[in-house]
Design a protein around this ligand. Structure first.
Ligand code: TRP
Length: 434
């Protein structure tokens, strides 16, 4: 059974606020720690360009968002954490997908339709101020997902249609060119708290009612003091129902703490005191992260290094896969043309070598390559996690011996009596036959 691959993108515009933290960042970081999943989280900076043409803001926001996710506990050793624009295979795949995507499908995308409706309402041309980038948004997003054969894509409700489009696009490609893609599924977390903002409406940049995540402590206190409450005096019982303050508290507190606040409301706690409790509770969770965030932002080169390592990991998957897709659509080396007719006439296929992946008593994950008759051809060293072992296998399987130099550091010496050329030939046969 293959490992569940989970992938999601984070658009790099704006500064993260408490609503983003509770609704997206915190649950995603927790999910990335689950065993048995292989997570891909990336900064969707190509998508950010669709919404923003200010280079300094794009740059700053990329830094802040990367630092936020790392400070919130995303572990780049467990999760492939990378920047979309560091993966040239994504725009490359975007084009392959663009060429098979119906324009009519894109006409139906909510974001595009909303823009057209706004123009109609204003009496403008239907496409006034609509860029081709906005129109193509769903194809770029499909490439993000499909390039990594992700199974599950955690997103907000507003993104479900995009995942459905990615499935449609993948199915169309596969119909034309053979089976290549995993059809992704959207995962929408129904339990996740929708945080109210200062005025009680949903916390959102567009309502200007947010509490930025890493405000200095005293500014956080001031923001919290500005949460709208009713005019009940100290001593008067207060309603938890409809209280933004209570809901925000609940999103951070353990159930016992929430019960205690509920009792305090019934006992007529003064709003000022309730705000102080909320401030202390949030600050308790955020203070260590805030420290970490400040340290990261002060050393952007460290973040860059982490992103580059993430990109290398992501490309170890995307590069051979997109190579396979180029082959599939006919973007092929001409040198292969001469051998094609003979290959077509080739006699019944030779049985192929195979990989075996397993876990040993030391808890590490290994694989070996066996020839069709069971002869051991390659033996890997132990990997700390199954994803890395799987990644190495995938690279060898799709790229054959050309992947060997990359994988070599994780291999044991050749088994006695096995020549390098035997292994190379077996890997090539496997890649050609795959
Ligand atoms: N469009 C997503 C959003 O606005 C961000 C995104 C870009 C994304 N590419 C993705 C999400 C791929 C999931 C998978 O939230």
């Amino acid at each position: 059974m293959s490992i569940l691959r989970v992938l999601t993108g984070i658009t790099t515009t704006g500064t993260p606020h408490l609503g983003n933290y509770v609704g997206a960042i915190r649950p995603a970081v927790a999910a990335s720690r689950q065993a048995g999943v292989e997570s891909f989280y990336f900064l969707a900076d190509y998508h950010a360009l669709i919404k923003c043409d200010e280079p300094a803001r794009i740059h700053r926001s990329t830094l802040e968002i990367a630092a936020t996710w790392l400070a919130a506990g995303l572990d780049p050793a467990r999760v492939a954490f990378y920047r979309q624009s560091d993966i040239p295979e994504i725009p490359e795949l975007t084009w392959l997908l663009t060429c098979i995507t119906g324009k009519g499908l894109l006409n139906r995308a909510h974001a595009y339709k909303a823009a057209v409706d706004r123009n109609a309402a204003a009496g403008d041309e239907p496409d006034a101020d609509v860029t081709a980038g906005l129109f193509m948004y769903p194809v770029l997003m499909a490439a993000d997902i499909l390039a990594f054969r992700a199974h599950k894509v955690p997103v907000g409700r507003d993104q479900i249609q995009h995942i459905e489009m990615a499935r449609d696009i993948a199915a169309r490609f596969d119909h034309l060119y053979g089976e290549h893609f995993v059809l992704p599924e959207a995962v929408v977390d129904e339990d996740v708290a929708l945080l109210p903002g200062l005025d009680g409406r949903k916390m959102s940049k567009s309502y200007d009612n947010t509490i930025p995540l890493f405000l200095p402590r005293e500014e956080l206190r001031r923001r919290i003091a500005s949460i709208l409450t009713d005019s009940r005096a100290p001593g008067e019982p207060k309603d938890t129902e409809g209280s933004a303050l209570f809901q925000i508290f609940q999103a951070f507190a353990a159930p016992e703490e929430t019960d205690a606040l509920r009792n305090a409301y019934a006992d007529g706690i003064a709003w000022g005191d309730a705000k102080q409790l909320l401030f202390e509770r949030i600050d308790r969770e955020l203070a260590p992260m805030r420290e970490h965030y400040r340290a990261l932002v002060a050393e952007p080169a460290r973040i860059e290094d982490a992103l580059q390592a993430g990109a290398a990991r992501a490309r170890a998957i995307a590069t051979p896969f997109v190579r396979e897709l180029r082959q599939a659509v006919g973007l092929r080396s001409l040198a292969s043309l001469a051998v094609a007719p003979t290959a077509a006439k080739a006699p019944a296929r030779q049985a192929l070598p195979s990989f075996k992946q397993y876990r040993e008593a030391d808890g590490r994950f290994r694989f070996k390559l066996l020839d069709a008759d069971g002869t051991l051809l390659l033996q890997s060293r132990g990997f700390a996690n199954p994803r890395d072992a799987g990644g190495a296998i995938a690279a060898l399987r799709t790229s054959g011996d050309t992947a060997l130099p990359d994988v070599a550091p994780m291999l044991e010496a050749l088994p006695p009596g096995i020549e390098a050329e035997t292994v190379n030939a077996a890997l090539r046969r496997l890649a050609d036959g795959a």
